[in-house]
Design a protein around this ligand. Sequence first.
Ligand code: PMP
Length: 363
Amino acid sequence: LELAIAGVQQLVPYVPGKPVEELQRELGIAEVIKLASNENPLGTGAKVAAAIQATLPELTRYPDGSGFALKAALSAKLKVAPEQITLGNGSSEILELVMRTFVTPELEVVFSQHAFALYPILTQAVGAKAKVVPAKSYGHDLTAMRKQIGPQTRLVFIANPNNPTGTLLDKDELEKFIASLPAHVLCVLDEAYYEFVDPAVRTESLAWPIRYPNLIIARTFSKAYGLAGLRIGYGISSPDIADLLNRVRQPFNCSMLALAAAEAALGDSDYLNQTVALNSAGMAQLTEAFKELDLPWIPSSGNFVSVDVKQAALPIYEALLRKGVIVRPVANYEMPKHLRVSIGTERENAIFINALREVLSGV
Ligand code: PMP
């Protein structure tokens, strides 16, 4: 144990939820629904399934380590140069690559209170110092974050929308913040939920890494594109930063199935549109129920919503679990009275609402 670097020794192990099948057996109930990991409730799209099927005979080969075809497809769709793209094993790997490429133990990393849980873990794993800035109405307080940036700061994480709060930053304020960063500070703009954001208010951020060369945008195929199980995401940055990240990453970090599926998913606009429409309808369904139950919630731009159950949320989470509904307690995000619920299908949402109503009324 003592051979591990200091930050790693202090890491708290990640405790994953029980598999749905295991829970089903344990509880002896026919159906367990999982609204806990901000996954896509639509299931695998037909175009993705066909692309995977077509790839199966090739599995004895290594994947294309440069991700040529997927980068070409992303480049055409997003209007960025292929040299600006880094492909990752989930966008989590992009975040990790940035840490490993740029952050050493004597440096600081700045992020917000209630921000995505991977930021403190990655910071601790490299042994760097985390500067956690108090949130404003559950969202990032960019003015306060800017004030925390000093000579030792190397990286700022911004999640927009943020998980688990769903909060979205004003696009002009965000651009002003990025423009104000000193040359020795990098910024990761984590846009894992970008596709769910109303086009009227979302940032046209992909043009920014050329204007602001210290910016790295992270996006994923795990959420709106429905490929969480395959692990594939990407970074968009200046070509210089992408070159560094691509030197650090493992040569075959993205599997052949993931590359093929992501390319197919990118071309399946029907699936994406259906996902976004289902999400808006589901968000309305849940928030109407919260209103009726007199529970406050944090307005969310993602595919999940955090609801204030007005009491310790852990027992409510456990009672929901016994009824076969898995949601996410967020006490480790300093939100002990909130539960984060991912938007499911209309039916899954209704099952959750019903279970929540029963639990709150002691049934
Ligand atoms: N960023 C945020 C804000 C997230 O919520 C998640 C997933 N929970 C990720 C990044 C990482 O997702 P993935 O590695 O599946 O791309």
